[in-house]
Design a protein around this ligand. Structure first.
Ligand code: MSS
Length: 363
């Protein structure tokens, strides 16, 4: 897809050359930009907003931003300043849009035709939600979900439940959730959810609610449209409803980051990225012949934990010819990427190894 124009104002700080601008609210990282970076720079990280982000003024006084904590014995509002005194943890995590790889499905999908770049690996610093919940007397009986609400203004005349970014995840995610104020060691920009964002490691992008203004331990899932109908794995031709699984935990995935097209014969470092989603990634193989034969690749750089991705490399002396290069990762539970995933109507969670392959001509 062609670039549609200059960077919108709220992401002007980003590196335009590294990005594919699908629209003001959907901006993808170019595939060759990732290389073997363990952490994605904020200047290159993709952006996805379902609605217009709040005004920049919400990040003017970060410490004063308040989040309401409900579904605990002693509910109430807590400021970012208070949260910073309660506890601190850092997690490196793949942030990946549920629709990343949508373009690789064979059926027609509406929605942004993301390829590999609606993902990045970033570090979040904040307080564990479990600590906040303990401080407020613990979870109320009967709660089964953690429901987070985004701080966007609902435009007048629109039905709140149709627009609001409010997501519920299973309560057992509580142990890992952070209420984060820093990304990659800096205060989270407005584009990525500052002053405060709910981080659910191992879960797809949409579950990581930006500008978090309310966190509730709830008995039922929210009936906001974004939960009830959208972001569900729906069979082809059906429409979304709570009877179908929600897009929550991410699965094992990988892709090649270079070389991507033509190159001269001789030694090459074939590079890529692999992650396990909700599990750690355990290994990755590369094939130069579209999956006929496979060779194990080596991870490069530090292991930043279960939720991070691991760059990988396979050193190869390549003779002139045509190669179809693909990669296939396995997670710590022994799950391997499928050749192609089961299709779903909206094209979520693509983690097949075949379609993202690259054709490289060596001369
Ligand atoms: N949050 C809020 N508040 N709002 C919105 O819109 N979106 C989602 C998440 N969160 C939103 C939120 C999505 S959908 C995604 S991907 C993510 O976010 C992204 O991120 P960044 O930072 O990258 O932009 Mo798909 O699944």
């Amino acid at each position: 897809e062609a670039d549609v124009g200059p960077l919108p104002e709220y992401v002007e700080f980003k590196d335009a050359d590294a990005l594919i601008i699908h629209s003001n609210n959907t901006i993808e990282t170019k595939r060759d930009v990732f290389g073997v970076q363990p952490i994605t720079s904020e200047h290159q990280l993709y952006v996805r907003n379902n609605v217009t982000p709040p005004d920049e003024s919400i990040v003017a006084d970060r410490e004063a931003w308040e989040v309401s904590i409900e579904g605990v014995a002693n509910p109430g509002s807590v400021s970012v300043g208070d949260l910073k005194r309660m506890g601190v943890e850092t997690v490196a995590m793949v942030l990946q849009c549920s629709g990343n790889g949508r373009a690789f499905f064979e059926h027609e999908t509406s929605g942004t035709q993301w390829q590999t770049g609606a993902a990045g690996c970033v570090m979040w610093t904040g307080v564990p939600l479990r600590t906040v919940v303990e401080n407020m007397g613990g979870v109320v009986d009967g709660a089964q979900f953690v429901t987070g609400t985004g701080g966007e203004e609902i435009p007048e005349g629109l039905n709140e439940a149709d627009v609001i970014v409010e997501r519920s995840v299973p309560l057992d995610a509580l142990d890992n959730i952070l209420l984060a104020w820093d990304m990659n060691g800096e205060p989270i920009s407005l584009a990525h959810g500052g002053p405060l964002r709910m981080i659910v490691p191992g879960f797809t992008g949409v579950n990581n609610v930006k500008y978090i203004k309310r966190v509730a331990m709830t008995e039922v899932e929210t009936d906001a449209l974004i939960q009830r109908q959208r972001y569900r794995l729906v069979p082809l031709g059906e429409s979304g409803s709570p009877e179908y699984p929600s897009v929550w935990q991410m699965e094992v995935k990988s892709w090649i980051t270079g070389p991507l097209e033509a190159a001269a014969s001789g030694m090459h470092q074939i590079t890529g990225l692999a992650f396990g989603g909700v599990n750690a990634v355990d290994g990755v193989e590369v094939s130069l012949d579209d999956g006929e034969t496979w060779e194990a690749a080596e991870f490069v750089g530090p292991d930043l934990g279960r939720y991070a991705w691991r760059p990988f490399v396979l050193a190869k002396d390549l003779a002139p010819g045509s190669y179809r290069i693909v990669s296939r990762a396995t997670d710590s539970e022994g799950n391997q990427q499928p050749e192609a995933p089961e299709p779903n109507q909206s094209g979520y969670n693509h983690n097949g190894w075949r379609a993202p392959g690259v054709d490289v001509t060596i001369s």
